[in-house]
Design a protein around this ligand. Structure first.
Ligand code: GUN
Length: 281
């Protein structure tokens, strides 16, 4: 039976230490979050971020904008936050309404305040094997979780299902930079299970419940589930059929309680790291 990769325990340990460090600061780090429109899932995520920041002594500013906002107004707000010395990290919650060009918005964020690591400057640093100011939250959280359980990446066959800019693409490059052999699969991949069965470490970030079944996983593989889906009964579930796959994997993340808490943990650490960068500690 697989051991759990417990994101709740690991993130708590990291954030307890972070809270201690923040306690002794005269000036506190500050995260600004912009949310455009009424997407219910986005609202839940933004509230979680605000609550966690508050618990840690990180100041947070949440800016709510209506879904019909003019793109220029959003860009102006980012400009204002870029110039505001009290603000250390800027996050624009995605998705944005269709009339707004997401890439223009993300490029407007100053790279030194790019707490999500979505700016092409930072993501380009990773793609060229260099260091961004901070790493993207979910990939960073996954790598930290594997490290905690002493699961090495070097020389491993990693298969990632999903090529999003938030998880699959940056994670593939970060794991490549750690000397893993990385394969990225997606919705057009042929014979998916033949590829996933090769994985020493299988990461599913496809957003499709029940995608990963037992017969797609090699015995003893490490399985990381990034999915956040709702099943027919409205229950939160990942991409992996947990009950089946835990009988064959060596380690597995639960949903909830695996990658999710690590993502928010990385966001808080990133805010603190950008604060230190801007204050040259
Ligand atoms: N929407 C879903 N995940 C994320 C994330 O990690 N950052 C932002 N900004 N938006 C998201």
């Amino acid at each position: 039976m697989a051991k759990l990769l417990d994101g709740k325990i690991v993130s708590k340990e990291i954030l307890d230490n972070l809270a201690d460090e923040i306690l002794f600061l005269d000036k506190k780090p500050c995260l600004a979050v912009i949310i455009v429109g009424e997407d219910p899932a986005s609202k839940i995520y933004v509230n979680l971020k605000k609550k966690k920041a508050l618990e840690l002594g990180i100041n947070s500013i949440v800016i709510e904008m209506p879904s019909n906002i003019a793109p220029a107004q959003l860009l102006n707000k980012i400009d204002e936050l870029n110039k505001d010395e009290k603000v250390n990290g800027i996050l624009v919650q995605l998705p944005l309404p269709k009339h707004i060009n997401k890439d223009l918005v993300l490029e407007k964020i100053c790279p030194t305040k790019d707490v999500d690591c979505f700016h092409p400057y930072n993501i380009g640093k990773i793609a060229t094997g260099n260091k961004p100011y901070v790493y993207p939250c979910t990939p960073k959280g996954i790598i930290r979780l594997l490290e905690y359980y002493d699961i090495k990446l070097e020389g491993k066959n990693v298969v990632i299902v999903g090529r999003s800019n938030i998880v699959g693409r940056p994670l593939s490059q970060m794991m490549l930079n750690e000397n893993a052999t990385v394969t990225v699969c997606h919705s057009r991949t042929k014979k998916l299970s033949e590829i996933t069965k090769q994985a020493d470490i299988l990461v599913s970030a496809a957003g499709k419940s029940g995608l990963i079944k037992k017969d797609m996983v090699k015995e003893g593989a490490v399985v990381v589930d990034v999915g956040m889906n709702r099943n027919e009964n409205g229950k939160l579930c990942g991409d992996v059929d947990f009950e089946e796959v835990e009988t064959i994997a060596s380690y597995i993340t639960p949903v909830p309680g695996g990658v999710g808490p690590m993502t928010i943990c990385s966001l808080m650490v990133n805010t603190y790291d950008l604060f230190n960068l801007q204050n040259r500690i």
